[in-house]
Design a protein around this ligand. Structure first.
Ligand code: DX5
Ligand code: ZN
Length: 232
């Protein structure tokens, strides 16, 4: 059976936080699949964003889609149970931010969530060698973490192909997600390199008319037609 692919995950980092519930509803009705939720602590990365309270608020607002929590915090273990309780579907973290990666992955699954490891542009995939059976998602950063709106780092394509090979050879059901600088003009080659899940922040939430009305259905439509044209 062919693997499932083409999951679009808008990063709410670029949403209008004053109207967050409405923004999330709008991207989901425009065809997005997953909500990408960037958690930054002004320590592991030089920026500060949102925590479990906001995840819980989105669930209370009525969001039923998967929420993909990307932890850019150090240490990670203390905050994981709070996100599990707040309704996270996936919880991913950077191996540099946990002293005991295997234990942290196990904790995420024990709490009923899907687990994942995130690789910065310079972090080697060798960190995966002994934990392939414990990850549900591999997230490759195609920018340095901390900010939206940065340019896609081209070597991420080679790394995607390597990660795809590792996943296919492992036989495990693992999502391969890319995060940073994803646009309509590069999403096709990113899929061809092996990604199945695509985070995009500024490209999606920046799709607005001058009067601030959104055209999320237009940009998501462009993403879908580019993805459909990919040769994989
Ligand atoms: C960066 C975050 C990304 C960010 C992507 O640290 O992990 O999810 O929102 O933003 P764009 O799509 O604008 O590069
Ligand atoms: Zn992210």
């Amino acid at each position: 059976m062919a693997r499932q692919t083409d999951f679009i995950a808008p990063s709410i980092l670029s949403a209008d936080f004053a109207r967050l519930g409405e923004e999330v509803d709008n991207v989901l009705t425009s065809g997005a699949d997953i909500v990408h939720f960037d958690v930054m602590d002004n320590h592991y990365v030089p920026n500060l964003t949102i925590g479990p309270l906001v995840c819980d608020a989105l669930r209370s607002h009525g969001v039923t889609a998967e929420i993909d929590v990307h932890l850019m915090v150090e240490p990670v273990d203390r905050i994981i149970p709070d996100f599990a309780k707040a309704g996270a579907t996936y919880i991913t973290f950077h191996p540099e931010a946990s002293k005991h990666v295997d234990r942290t992955l196990g904790m995420i699954r024990e709490l009923g969530c899907k687990s994942g490891l995130v690789f910065n542009p310079a972090t080697p995939l060798s960190q995966l060698e002994y934990v392939m059976d414990k990850v549900d998602m591999i997230l490759l950063m195609s920018v340095n973490p901390g900010f939206g709106g940065q340019g896609f780092i081209p070597s991420s394509l080679t790394k995607l192909a390597q990660a795809r090979k590792m996943i296919d050879e492992s036989g495990f059901d693992i999502r391969l997600e890319i995060d940073g600088g994803v646009k309509a003009n590069n999403i096709k080659e990113i899929k061809e390199a092996g990604a199945d899940t695509f985070v995009a922040g500024s490209a999606i939430f920046g799709a607005k008319n001058a009067d601030d009305t959104n055209i999320y259905d237009t940009i998501l439509g462009e993403f879908r037609s580019e993805l459909a044209a990919a040769k994989v």
